[in-house]
Design a protein around this ligand. Structure first.
Ligand code: NDP
Ligand code: MG
Length: 391
């Protein structure tokens, strides 16, 4: 059989690396059309040469010279700029991994969606920023969106056990992050180094901080809202520190189907890569006897207000999730740069949401450019509010 033509957006990142790990095990099965990164030209060039990619794109124009130099004589096409990354998404492929971080992933991911084939979606921010639009575009172009985020992948697998009409409740599990047991007093003093250590996964910096504030769980509720066309009241999050169960679906008869797996991103990625088939031994199976006990807790939104802010934004709709996501990206970047305290993150997001409402910024994005316009306005609003919140 002909190899499956694939592309990987965000190839140099944590999800990109896990995807490549699976591809590397069966190189003849895949033909890599396009890969992309932001500025890591040497990392991207190395991947391009190893996987014999057709096209490699960096978003940062300053990285072009390095990429071009590293790929000289390889026959691999090199390009730079955000349009080049979108072109990577638009290259003819049967399957695209969308693993750029942040709302910057929206346009390239939509370029892939418009091809009308399979898109494995890791980049949850693009659903939070423009979910209604994104899912509508996918439907219009006949694209299959495969959830690569572990919780949503688990939910999709659990959903398969019953009929969609019979679903009563959808639950995402949360590890609780490194500060699950911290008091508010302890949270005040959290440093960048502490926040960058996740108990179960090695992930990119932005999502690692989001996991620790539980904003990640909030973004995932909004992600589930769009992916599964589920109303906010159908969605729930529960803290489950062992991370054996990733997602659960409750059916109307009261049955609860939980999907379990070792917390290894290669499992949900492999599920997307082989879908509707399976890959043999994608990762170690769970050893339940070794884990021994599974525990569950209700999330504490007093200590982790980001989860509450995200739920409120989901319920409000009309651009509120777009603003939430943009403000959170600014807040996390400021925290990582040392310009905002840990507890300043939810404060800045809340202030940006209030200010955006007051300035009449909130409306349902009608197009991609409209969504990106709200995103840009919310970012400058958050940047404007930052000094006051940081003080
Ligand atoms: P990383 O930060 O590790 O990787 C991000 C990737 O995107 C890198 O290849 C980076 O390139 C590229 N990139 C960053 N900014 C831009 C931009 N403006 N334009 C084009 N490319 C860009 O992130 P992760 O792999 O951890 O996460 C990727 C996405 O997957 C996120 O949306 C995250 O929420 C989601 N996700 C991640 C999980 C995980 O376990 N890591 C789990 C579930 C979801 P460069 O290397 O040059 O910076
Ligand atoms: Mg997740």
């Amino acid at each position: 059989t002909a190899p499956m033509r694939i592309s990987i957006l965000g190839a140099t990142g944590s999800i990109g690396t896990s995807t490549i790990d699976l591809v590397r095990r069966a190189p003849k099965r895949y033909a890599v059309q396009a890969i992309s990164a932001n500025s890591n030209a040497s990392g991207l060039a190395q991947i391009a040469r190893e996987l014999r990619a057709g096209f490699a794109a960096v978003a940062d124009p300053k990285a072009y010279r390095a990429l071009k130099a590293e790929l000289s004589g390889s026959g691999i096409e090199a390009a730079a700029g955000p349009e080049a990354v979108s072109e990577a998404g638009a290259r003819d492929a049967d399957w695209v991994m969308a693993a750029i971080s942040g709302a910057s992933g929206l346009e390239p991911t939509l370029a892939a969606v418009k091809r009308g084939r399979k898109v494995a979606l890791a980049n949850k921010e693009c659903l939070v920023c423009a979910g209604t639009l994104f899912m509508r575009t996918a439907a219009e172009h006949g694209a299959t969106i495969l959830p690569a985020d572990s919780e949503h992948n688990a939910i999709a697998q659990a959903m398969g056990a019953g009929s969609r009409e019979d679903v009563r409740k959808i639950t995402v599990t949360a590890s609780g992050g490194p500060f699950r047991t911290f008091t508010k007093e302890q949270l005040k003093a959290v440093t960048r180094e502490q926040a960058l250590k996740h108990p179960n996964y090695a992930m990119g910096a932005k999502i690692t901080v989001d996991s620790s504030t539980m904003m990640n769980k909030g973004l995932e509720l909004i992600e589930a809202h769009h992916l599964f066309d589920a109303p906010p009241e159908m969605l729930d999050a529960v803290v489950h520190p062992q991370q054996a169960i990733h997602g659960m679906v409750e059916f109307r008869d009261g049955s609860l189907v939980a999907a379990m797996a070792t917390p290894d991103m290669r499992l949900p990625i492999a599920h997307c890569l082989a879908w509707p088939d399976r890959i043999t031994d994608a990762a170690e199976p769970l050893d339940l006897a070794r884990i021994g006990t599974l525990t569950f807790e209700t999330p504490d939104t007093d200590r982790f207000p980001c989860l509450k802010l995200a739920r409120q934004a989901m319920e409000a709709g009309k651009g509120a999730p777009t603003v939430l996501n943009a403000a959170n990206e600014i807040a996390v970047a400021a925290f990582l740069a040392g310009g905002l305290s840990y507890l300043g993150i939810p404060l800045l997001v809340a202030a940006a949401l209030d200010a955006a409402a007051q300035r009449g910024l909130m409306h349902e994005p009608s197009s991609v450019s409209d969504a990106l316009e709200i995103d840009r306005a919310a970012r400058s609003l958050a940047a404007e509010l930052l000094p006051e919140i940081a003080a």
